[in-house]
Design a protein around this ligand. Structure first.
Ligand SMILES: [Fe+2]
Length: 249
């Protein structure tokens, strides 16, 4: 398997490239609009053909490049079934393996950050999207988020994986790249060390986070698989511009 962790700096999003060495088919998980051209360049350098783009959920902080990449390459757009978007070519469902050449991608329904959220298990890795972050977790105060559900998703679906499973999050804001299930079980300040459900709900309900600045544009744009809204204010222009630098990960 070919695996790359790619970083998009505007929203601090990690996009994951998965490639099958035999079929040369590739998937991008959570690709971001401003870096669509960089991602295609990396696929080209690796001699891979983009077969699919997969989303962990409908994002609130960036526009997916799924539609742009489909226009450029003919790749198929894959969303969680629960996203209830009309634009995808295919949907993933909990427990139904998604095949990429020789590689089996295991979709795990992990609601709580949003009600359509999936993590993807691939060999020894779990891509945790915005459910479980390194030393943190996704917020639960919009898009039908629910702290109780997130706690259960993380404990039943993620913390039950083998301890040495590599945790690759959907975001990191402090240059951290990878963790393990055991590390998060032991030291995640929100969920680790057997933190109890009541304490977790109390903590999540009192974060007092600011309203996400891009959500009102990102969610409708992403429900259309990556359409940049026509009424985007000038100060948010960068979310819908491509950049070619910032290769990392
Ligand atoms: Fe999110």
């Amino acid at each position: 398997m070919i695996f790359r962790q790619l970083f998009e700096p505007l929203s601090s999003t990690y996009t994951y490239l998965i490639g099958c060495e035999h079929s040369r088919q590739a998937a991008l998980i959570d690709p971001v609009y401003p870096t669509w051209e960089r991602d295609l360049q990396i696929l080209k350098e690796l001699n891979l053909n983009l077969a699919y783009t997969l989303e962990t959920h409908v994002h609130a902080d960036h526009i997916t490049s799924a539609l742009k990449l489909r226009q450029e390459t003919g790749s198929k757009i894959v969303f969680p079934k629960q996203s209830a978007a009309e634009c995808p070519d295919l949907v993933v469902e909990d427990g139904i393996v998604f095949s990429l050449g020789d590689i089996a991608i295991h979709p795990l329904y992990t609601p709580g950050h949003t009600d359509d959220h999936f993590a993807y298990g691939i060999v020894d890795k779990i891509l945790t999207g915005d459910a479980l972050l390194i030393d943190g977790c996704g917020r639960t105060d919009f898009q039908n988020g629910n702290a109780d559900q997130l706690y259960n998703s993380i404990h039943t679906k993620l913390f039950s994986l083998p301890d040495d499973t590599l945790v690759y999050p959907g975001h990191d804001y402090n240059q951290r790249h990878v963790s393990t299930i055991l590390q998060e079980k032991e030291r995640n300040p929100r969920l680790g060390n057997n933190k109890d459900l009541t304490d977790f709900i109390e903590l999540m309900n009192n974060l007092n986070l600011p309203y996400p600045k891009f959500i009102d544009y990102a969610v409708p744009g992403n429900k259309q698989c990556g359409v940049c809204p026509a009424d985007l204010p000038e100060n948010m222009d960068a979310y819908c511009h491509k950049v070619t630098e910032s290769r990392q990960g």
